[in-house]
Ligand binder design. Sequence first.
Ligand code: V47
Length: 355
Amino acid sequence: MLKKIREKILKGKRLTRSDALKLFETDDIFALGELASYVAKNKNGNKAYFVRNLHVNPTNICVNRCGFCAFSRSKGENGAFELTIKDILRRIRKAQPISEVHIVGGLHPEWQFEYYLEMLSSIKKSFPELHIKAFTATEVDYMHRISGLSLKDVLKALKSQGLDSMPGGGAEIFHSSVRNRLCPEKLSGERWLEVMEAAHSVGIKTNATMLYGHIENYEHRVDHLMRLRELQDRTGGFQAFIPLSYHPKNTEIGGRNSSGIDDLKTIAVSRLVLDNFPHIKAYWVMLGEKVSQLALLFGADDLDGTVIDEKITYSAGGKRTGITENELVHLIKKAGKKPVERDSFYRSIRRCKTA
Ligand code: V47
């Protein structure tokens, strides 16, 4: 069944929508892994990347209450929190040595745009070497609405105060038939892509994600990948694609966790379809350490990082928040790959003995 697709891949030809669907539908997981691994090796050799990073969620108070999210709260609800800039700086200080801080939070009903700018400039002032990867397309679109500024002016202002790149969250599933049921209040898939296009146009690199394993089907996943590939053809601004495996605990829509086979399949198909994305990330926080290690043989070349203080997955039944560099190196080496500590633009950091 995969013969024709295999030939295309070996010749370096681009896969079609129908090829992508066939890949999702196949039970031949080993053939899929072999092909994805072949493509990953051509792109990144035997390397598997990781970064020393901290996650900071400035608030979980959110005016959108997405059906898959166990992290968000309404203002005044039990468990709702708001961090001050001092709190954030304290957390960053405590997490040293790190090279990246990943900041995402809820859409707070009262915070002004200036608060986000001050957050960035204060972090940069205290930690000038630290890469700030912050704010999803959802948050940036919200900042555009609360500030009255154009999207590009919001992005330029964030950049001028210290934003170095943007994470890929908020993409979920672009297709409106799924999105309207999953997160009706959230920005549309088209708008998410517009925000990313604007970010790329002002020189901000970003990532992209896809939340899978809930109410979507393979056609929706393929549609999502195709739209990302199309935008990447035009801008080249995406660095990594991260399939996010849905966690059902404490969520409104419930359901079950994805299977290990589906996780590996999704990594492999992403690697094969997104031929213009330099990196595919196996996010260990959602996949678990063991499946993410296997994902390195199914097309992934990046395990994300130490991910200190992760809360979004943890609230939805994630097992762990934070892993040591030694553990990451061990997982990578046991997969037969070469561990490379990277910065946020995938440049090797030399202090790592194993790099
Ligand atoms: O946008 C929310 C997802 C995302 C659940 O860019 C859930 O480097 C699973 O985007 N089960 C935030 N997923 C995380 C994210 C991310 C993570 C790591 C690296 C990068 C990067 C980005 O988490 C949200 C949403 O899609 N999410 N709830 C849940 N119950």
